[in-house]
Design a protein around this ligand. Structure first.
Ligand code: PLP
Length: 377
């Protein structure tokens, strides 16, 4: 129950034991085309998809590195660890990065972003994290952010690594130029692949940008894609796994999957509240449906609590990140999340807190959660 990597269905794990194939064969071409079209369906886009062998950060580096160069300016709002890393990745390109900030647990205001864009002069890209995994904030303002980006003639680059597949994110409708998703989060595949979509405007913006490394030469991926291949050897077992994971998403139906994530998240928040715990993100509007951040009640030791939860209840949750270490814990509510996982997690957490000296009644958490979970068909 950590915010990625998440639990992986058996059929996805089993897909990886298929014999290794030639990545320059018709068999691979079929796999490539299937992964491409299934990804397009899940991203809700007609844009070209690139699957990179590498973790989420590889995708972030590839995305910003494909459109930014020394002398360019990027606005990268910062409101937690991963949005600040997005800014760092943009800095590696040699571009100037302007990072309007907001306190942890919130997101910058649209006005702040607009002012930063206006004051920056010619901005090549507005780069945002949609779901800030370190705090549990989802910035549900992509439509407005796109409007701001368009007003200043900038691309909109979205890190959706910890949310795509778990929250509505229609890439074409929102006009997202580059969207980045990780295999190991809401898609419930193993870690090691990152999926990116590129709009025609993003492709145009790549002209004149010299790729900084051979591996991240995105235009080269487009060229090889014409023959349904990748420039370098892809991580074949992970491609088999992703193909199956995407098939499962489509089989379930994206709408249902998003509803399942929403309801399970609401059940978590209500369950925790029923035993007196506070969500780290105070505004409901910004609360993530994939990463549930909860503040520890006074006197609870983070390490001791999470060890008890793991060893006695078989439930693994994450601690706080950076400055938030010790003051909160984070539950990943992603991918295969279900009513049984929600209730198992809530009851384990309530009992572990009780063992750590916090007076609470697990049945209250479960009752509150079931009021929401009952809406899931
Ligand atoms: N961006 C976000 C929003 C993330 O949640 C993460 C990882 O949790 C990353 C980027 C980095 O991904 P990775 O650790 O797979 O490189």
């Amino acid at each position: 129950m950590i915010p990625g990597p998440t639990n992986v269905p058996d059929s996805v794990m089993n897909a990886m034991i298929a014999p290794t194939i030639n990545h320059r064969s018709e068999e691979f071409h079929d796999l490539y085309r299937r992964v491409q079209s299934r990804s397009q369906e899940v991203f809700r886009t007609k844009n070209e998809i690139v699957v990179l062998s590498g973790s989420g950060t590889a995708g972030v580096d590839a995305a910003v590195g494909s459109v930014l160069k020394p002398g360019d300016v990027a606005v990268v709002p910062s409101f937690g660890e991963f949005s600040s890393r997005l800014g760092e990745s943009a800095s590696y390109t040699g571009a100037t990065v302007i990072a309007p900030q907001s306190p942890l647990g919130t997101a910058p205001s649209l006005e702040q972003v607009d002012i930063a864009m206006r004051d920056a002069g010619r901005v090549k890209a507005l780069c945002v994290v949609f779901n800030e995994t370190s705090t549990g904030v989802t910035w549900r303002k992509l439509k407005d952010l796109k409007e701001i980006a368009s007003k200043y003639g900038a691309l909109l680059v979205v890190d959706a690594i910890s949310v795509l597949g778990g929250e509505s994110l229609p890439v074409d409708e929102l006009g997202i130029d580059i969207c980045i998703a990780g295999s190991q989060k809401c898609l419930a595949a193993p870690p090691g692949l990152v999926i990116l979509s590129f709009s025609e405007s993003a492709k145009d913006a790549m002209q004149g940008v010299k790729p900084r490394t051979q591996y991240f030469d995105i235009p080269k991926y487009f060229k090889f894609a014409e023959h349904a291949e990748t420039p370098q050897t892809p991580a074949l077992p992970l491609m088999f796994a992703l193909d199956e994971a995407l098939r499962l998403v489509i089989e379930e139906g994206l709408e249902h999957r998003i509803k399942r994530h929403t309801i399970c998240a609401e059940a978590f928040y209500d369950g925790f509240e029923a035993i007196g715990l506070k969500a780290y993100v105070s505004s409901v509007e910004f609360r993530s449906h994939t990463v549930i951040g909860i503040v520890y009640p006074p006197g609870i030791d983070d390490k001791k609590f999470r060890t008890t939860l793991d060893e006695r209840f078989d439930v693994l949750v994450a601690g706080g990140f950076g400055k938030l270490k010790g003051s909160m814990f984070r539950v990943g509510s992603m991918g295969m999340i279900s009513p049984s996982l929600v209730t198992l997690t809530l009851s384990g957490i309530a009992q572990s807190l009780k063992l750590s000296g916090y007076d609470c009644d697990a049945s209250k958490a479960l009752d509150a959660a079931w009021k929401k979970l009952g809406h899931l068909d």
